[in-house]
Each structure stands twice: as C-alpha cells, then as structure tokens.
Design a protein around this ligand. Sequence first.
Ligand code: HEM
Length: 206
Amino acid sequence: MRLDEPKVDRFNVVERVTHWLVALSFLYTTLTGLALWSPRLYWLAAVFGGGPTVRGWHPWGGVAFAAFFAFMFRAWNRQMRLEQDDRRWLRLAHRYAVHNEEGLPEAGRFNAGQKSLFWIQAAGAVVLISTGVVLWWPETMPRALRLTAILLHPVAAVVAIGGLIVHIYMGTAAVPEAFRGMIQGWVRPGWAASHHPKWYREVTRR
Ligand code: HEM
C-alpha cells in the first residue's frame, strides 16, 4: 500500500466493528449449534469447552448475535431496500455470475445480490432467534410450539449458513478488495467505480 494512494471511504469504524461482532457471534453460535445438532459434529463441543458449556453458552451466543444484528439492521435497512434497478439486476444476475455485466444496471453502495442476502439473513435471524427462545426452555413450551421450533430452527440455520458461505466467498475470493474495505474502511477509486459505480459517483460528487 502506498501512503499517497487515493482512497474512497467504504465503511466507517462503527459499521466495521458492528459487522465483525455480528460475524464473530454468528460463527460462535453456528459452530456450537452444529455441535449440539449432530453426534457426528459433537467433536466441536470439545473445542468450545465441552457439552454442558456449549449447551449453556450457545443460547447466549444467539442473544449476542441478535443484539449485534439488530444494530446492523437499524443502520443498514434503508440502504438495503430493493429498488426498480435492483429487480432488473436480479433478473440478469446470471450475467454477473459469468462476468458479463452488459445491460446490468449499475450498483449503488450495495448491489442487488448483497441486498437480497441481507434480507435473507434478517429473515433467518428472526426465525433462529424466535425458535431458539422456544428451545432454550422447551419444558415450559406447548408441544406444538416445541415441535415447530425443532423443525424450523435447523432449517433456518442451514439457510443462514448457506447464505454465509456465499457471502464469505464473495467478500474474500471473488471480490478480494472488498475484504480490505471491511477491515481498513477504504477501497481504491478504481474498485469503487467498477463494482459500485452509482455509489462512487455519489460519494465523489460531494
Ligand atoms: C465471518 C466471515 C465474514 C466475512 C469474511 C465477511 C466479509 C464481508 C465483507 C468483505 C463485506 C464488504 C462487502 C463490500 O464492501 O461490498 C461484508 C459486508 C457485509 N456483511 Fe459480512 N462477512 C462475514 C460475516 C458476516 C455475517 C455472519 C453476517 C450476517 C449474518 C454478515 C453480514 C454482512 C452484511 C449485511 C454486509 C453488507 C452487505 C454485503 O456486503 O453483503 N457478514 N462482509
């Protein structure tokens, strides 16, 4: 990195700290949840202090994730609303996947794929948290609610983990500089102009 390299601010410090707290709490809750879910993955419990520790702390990991995610949701939900151009982008998303961006509407601060994933993660979080509360004190819950939670909690977890795998791939291997944006807070003008042209014009017009 050259010190005089031109920079475009991408994420401020509050956004970055919030994002990494969401990520850490989600990873902890996911890995401890997988340990509780399947005997084949129970070895993960040893990594996190043993079975009883994992059973005790997994729900609290979920509470931390809920709190951090709620903060992130509050900060970003307006910017994540899908507009007309985003719907068109989604219809042509296959072109983005094969790097043929001809005819694809220009992305703002977040592209339509990122926005969609945000809403999938938000819906997943609501289901995980509400069913998680039921499973925290199962003996106090009506049977129907308990059975619904037993079914929906892992389904929502699989969707959230699937979304996260795509997200991590996109944020690291597929679009490498994005990761620096989330660590150091800035990106190169060339990166901003090619990945988020509408946003780049907005921030450089000021
Ligand atoms: C643990 C590994 C994770 C990595 C490596 C990672 C990486 C990143 C990166 C590089 C960005 C910036 C993308 C850009 O500038 O366009 C980003 C943004 C974001 N991250 Fe993560 N993230 C992780 C976990 C999570 C988790 C667990 C969540 C939520 C459940 C999450 C939600 C978001 C959201 C909503 C954004 C903004 C929209 C987007 O770029 O998709 N991230 N992440």
